[in-house]
Design a protein around this ligand. Structure first.
Ligand code: ATP
Ligand code: LTN
Length: 334
């Protein structure tokens, strides 16, 4: 089949503008791993509606995200890149797995607690069962590995528990997946507060570098990034702001933190911050250019969307049918 024997699944929500945290913590690893596995990269639009969305904006962002996957280096001929809402089996399996997940388990999810605190006026059942839909995404494809950032580990643990529980009752139906956390870039922090994660929902635009920021904006934001007061470029916990900038520069250039310290020995923060800004701008420019080309090439992208959704549906239905049979749902006469 595609690239390797083992299956890899990951996804991102099409909410907000993506940041270099999303790129360095997730997307970049996807590209590296994609040679070794048969991969599905999903735009999880059904997860997005756990929070109210404007329909036109959601549609536009979903398309931008899908083209970003490709622009970042994921080949749509070799990887299955698609929208969750195009494969109804995700929602069907989610219903089934809801019946194998306990309310107590879902109540412990920190993302649920955080998001319900943020959206007090809309604590809907979908927000609560969000992790069950995520488990369905993963288990539908007999996934071996799921590359994510740290914040998703709890959901992945729950996915494993659900799979094991189901297998204990019905036999080996699901592959039990493993999380993959990248070595560099798994935690990119805010440029304005190194104690906070860089997030696409931060109200302060200077705190995040968005993947669609232009060169001048990127360089300006790095110039304004807060620093520490030791006035030297050193990778240490006592200098969390500089440590974060070194992590970004390392993740972008492939240089180790020790090499970066050496490169900027005796040099000031100003020079260092300019170098970080330029490296990020250089990294993003070709991705932005390719994405703009893809957004302009409607027929090509539509073709990819259709073929990949068909391919994903075919794989998903194999698992869903197996599950339905195990549960005792009547077979369809041919
Ligand atoms: P929000 O802040 O709005 O909740 P988010 O920026 O955390 O969103 P998600 O869609 O939840 O974005 O995450 C997509 C992927 O990017 C996940 O695998 C997540 O772990 C990773 N990721 C997000 N932010 C960072 C970050 N600052 N550093 C490293 N990885 C990140
Ligand atoms: N919950 C994830 C997005 C997500 C996902 C998945 C990630 C939905 N389904 C399956 C990996 C595998 C998030 O908020 N980042």
């Amino acid at each position: 089949m595609l690239n390797g024997e083992k299956m890899l699944f990951s996804g991102m929500q099409a909410t907000g503008r993506l940041t270099i945290g999303n790129y360095l913590g997730a997307l970049k690893n996807w590209v590296t791993l994609s040679d070794e596995y048969t991969c599905l990269f999903c735009v999880v639009d059904e997860h997005s509606i756990t929070v109210r969305q404007d329909p036109a904006t959601l549609r536009q962002r979903a398309r931008k995200l899908l083209t970003l996957y490709i622009a970042a280096g994921l080949d749509p001929e070799k990887n299955i890149i698609y929208y969750q809402s195009h494969v109804p089996a995700h929602a069907e399996l989610a219903w089934i797995l809801n019946c194998f997940t306990y309310i107590g388990e879902l109540s412990r999810m920190t993302q649920f607690k955080d998001k319900s605190a943020k959206h007090e006026d809309n604590i809907n059942a979908g927000l609560f069962t969000y992790p069950v839909l995520m488990a369905s995404d993963i288990l539908l494809y007999q996934t071996d590995v799921v590359p994510v950032g740290h914040d998703q580990l709890q959901h992945l643990e729950l996915t494993r528990d659900i799979a094991i529980r189901f297998n204990n009752i019905y036999g080996e139906v699901f592959t039990v997946p493993e999380a993959y956390i990248g070595k560099v870039g798994a935690r990119i922090q805010s440029l304005q507060d190194p104690a906070k994660k860089m997030s696409k929902s931060d109200e302060n635009e200077n705190a995040s570098i968005y993947l669609d920021d232009d060169r001048d904006t990127i360089i300006r934001k790095f110039k304004r990034a807060i620093t520490d007061n030791e006035a030297c470029v050193r990778f240490s916990d006592e200098q969390p702001a500089i440590k974060n900038l070194i992590s970004i520069y390392s993740a972008v250039t492939g240089k180790s933190p020790a090499d970066v310290e050496r490169e900027f020995e005796g040099k000031g923060y100003g020079e260092f911050k300019l170098a970080v800004g330029e490296s990020v701008a250089d990294l993003l420019a070709p991705i932005q250019k390719r994405q703009a080309e893809l957004l302009a090439d409607k027929d090509y992208v539509d073709g990819i969307i259709k073929n990949n959704a068909d391919h994903a549906s075919y794989l998903a239905m194999k698992t869903l049918r197996k599950v339905q049979k195990k549960l005792g749902f009547p077979e369809r006469p041919r």
